[in-house]
Design a protein around this ligand. Sequence first.
Ligand code: PEP
Ligand code: MN
Length: 351
Amino acid sequence: MIVILKKGATESQIQAVKDLARDLGLHTENLSQGEDRIVLGIVGNTLSINENTFRTIEVVENVMRVMTPYKLASREMKKENSVVKVDGVKFGTENIVLIAGPCSVESKEQIIESAHAIKESGAQVLRGSIFKPRTSPYEFQGMGLEGLRLLDAAREQTGLPIETEVMDPRQVSQVEESVDMLRVGARNMQNYDLLRQVGKSEKPVILKRGLCATVKEFLLAAEYIMQEGNQNVILCERGIRTFSTDTRFTLDLNVVPLLKGLTHLPIIVDPSHGTGIRELITPMSRAAVACGADGLLIEVHPNPKAAKSDAQQQLTYDHFRQLVVDVEPIAGALGRSLGAKRQTHKSRQKH
Ligand code: PEP
Ligand code: MN
């Protein structure tokens, strides 16, 4: 339910509405608190509650039901785009955020060198998985918490915010102090205990679309996180399973403009996992930006062929640098910027 309060509502009047919601077993989120309008989102089991219950409070101007199954994530609930802040980096503005780094953290040299290289090319967030959801139990499972210290060292040296995947609710408390963002991978999009746990965290969450998830399931997964209190969710399209086996997955760019209409949350695209083929990553990055993505997530490795995971799709430093050069004009044509300012050759030599 959306509750719109009259202009000039005082703190105690706002509190009275929240208290009523709480007494009814519902949860309130401040959706917007401008000079003109204060809008509260009231969620929970609202089906049996009559809107007039809220209308009896003097300060309430209007009450509207949100008809979509997802509430907090829905555009009906919040008209303006949400901006998710990670240190100084903002997702959901005219700047298209570049997240880059290796699939897996493998060694100190690998992650630190990668961090410098991607920063030079304009990346704003360093990615690196320490817990790996591998199809086979015999494949590299990630460095675990030892890798977290290496990510931390890379942030220390470059100042880049860091993100990593959590696969299990217990991993959230192990990593959340050290990272700037949490990532829920495609295979865990419907791991509800994990969603609830990251929902309790203060750290922004990248939520990747499940391999076979519909848009409704995707947004309801975001809703699990948001209804626990964490509104800082970034959706990530990373390809879905289709009949086509020519690419690793089918990057479903349809959902970018579709989601823009359905939700206020930022949407980023991962063409690395979405294609699984190195040569397709730049063209599909351009396409993702053209259809409105708020960010790109790209896997970059010092020596892709020797990577312990996803060797087919990781880019060299030079390839990534060229990708940024090639995608930038598409962002520019839409009045947007891509990544941070690229460093000059001179400043690069300092390392
Ligand atoms: C990843 O980003 O490292 C990853 C495993 O991707 P996904 O969950 O989309 O497969
Ligand atoms: Mn990967």
